[in-house]
Design a protein around this ligand. Structure first.
Ligand SMILES: *[C@@H]1O[C@H](CO)[C@@H](O)[C@H](O)[C@H]1NC(C)=O
Length: 357
């Protein structure tokens, strides 16, 4: 009993799966309804199956007609058969040989709401257009909801931008016309900004156009506006504004600057002190130059120091160059003179030379 039931279910399932594949039947897969922007365009996704063997496009004729009046065509290969109102506005995007009956309607008018149904006719041969079979898929028709105004784009982004770090804003808008996608533009936009565009089908018949903007905000960009504008086929536009809040990055300038200033001040002060001490020492020596015995002793002492450390003479010369002082310098020079001949009197001559200059 149990086994029989299971067997029956299995057989039914097998039949259900295999029947459309093996035999084929009149079947259409058409989107039921779509939001359509007036003045813009729409693409109605549609596919179908028929019971005959696979036929080339040339032996298939596709027709779209009003659901209530099957002889009112909105699309026909023979354009003279099309309702005047729709002439030049409809196009089959799909290849019938690939079972694709996708329809495009442009310059949508407020009263184009449908419903519209697809019909397929199978021709006897490529040249003989007499129909051997035809089918109207009146169970699977499309109706439009008319949008008088374009939808506004939506902006997704992190709450705050951080100064100096890349910031990404995504602008997206849904539409039903993938053959003429809405154009998304940013303002303001600079050369450094990176804009990426993405198109994707979000559900049967509905598409999303995305524009992804990446830029590096600066401090001056705080409290400014970024606008994303969507321009739809037919010319209608909509936009959304983003108020930008830029968070300043933490910097240590408030610590670094005073520290640097303090160090520089200390160095300048130290150099000043050293110079002053040298100068002061020079002046003492000058005062003492009258006292021969004292000076000679100092001189000898200095000579000894020179011999031990000849570098200090160079140092003194350096000091002389950087901070010229007519009064003190002769003395430092004098040490050198002393080394040569120990003639103390020469100092005065030196002094005079400097004095004249
Ligand atoms: C039908 O044709 C349209 C337009 O060429 C295409 O975008 C769509 O992907 C096709 N559908 C299928 C199911 O192949």
């Amino acid at each position: 009993m149990d086994k029989e039931t299971r067997m029956m279910i299995f057989c039914l399932l097998l039949a259900a799966i295999s029947s459309p594949v093996l035999t084929g039947e009149w079947k259409a897969n058409v989107v039921k309804d779509l939001d359509v922007l007036v003045t813009s365009c729409v693409v109605v996704p549609c596919s179908f199956t028929h019971p005959k063997e696979r036929l080339p496009s040339s032996r298939l004729r596709g027709i779209w007609h009003r659901s209530t009046f099957r002889d009112q065509f909105i699309y026909n290969e023979d354009s003279t058969q099309i309702l005047e109102n729709f002439r030049g506005r409809t196009r089959l995007l799909g290849h019938l040989g690939q079972n694709n009956c996708t329809l495009e309607i442009t310059k949508i008018k407020d009263h184009d709401n449908g419903p519209f149904c697809f019909r397929v006719e199978l021709a006897r041969t490529e040249t003989d257009s007499s129909t051997i079979d035809k089918f109207s898929f009146v169970e699977d028709c499309v109706a439009f909801r008319m949008l008088p105004d374009p939808p506004k784009p939506t902006l997704t982004h992190p709450k705050t931008a951080i100064q100096g770090r890349p910031y990404t804003v995504t602008c997206s808008v849904t539409h039903t016309c993938p053959s003429y996608v809405p154009k998304l533009t940013w303002s303001p936009v600079t050369e450094d900004d990176v804009v990426t565009e993405v198109q994707k089908e979000i559900r049967f018949g509905y598409w999303e156009a995305q524009s992804i903007l990446t830029f590096t905000p600066e401090e001056k960009d705080d409290h400014t506006e970024v606008t994303c504008t969507a321009e739809f086929n037919g010319g209608s536009t909509s936009f959304t504004v983003l108020n930008l809040y830029v968070k300043r990055t933490e910097n240590y300038n408030h610590i670094i600057i005073p520290t640097v200033v303090a160090i520089v001040t200390a160095v300048i002060f130290a150099v000043f002190c050293i110079v002053m001490v040298k100068r002061y020492r020079g002046r003492i020596a000058e005062l003492q130059s009258g006292d021969g015995s004292m000076w000679n002793r100092l001189s000898r002492l200095s000579r000894r120091t020179k011999n031990v450390n000849p570098k200090s003479s160079a140092d003194q010369k350096l000091a002389k160059v950087r901070f010229p002082s007519p009064k003190s310098q002769p003395k430092s020079c004098n040490y050198q003179e002393d080394l040569d001949d120990g003639d103390v009197y020469m100092n005065t001559a030196d002094l005079n030379v400097y004095g004249n200059i």
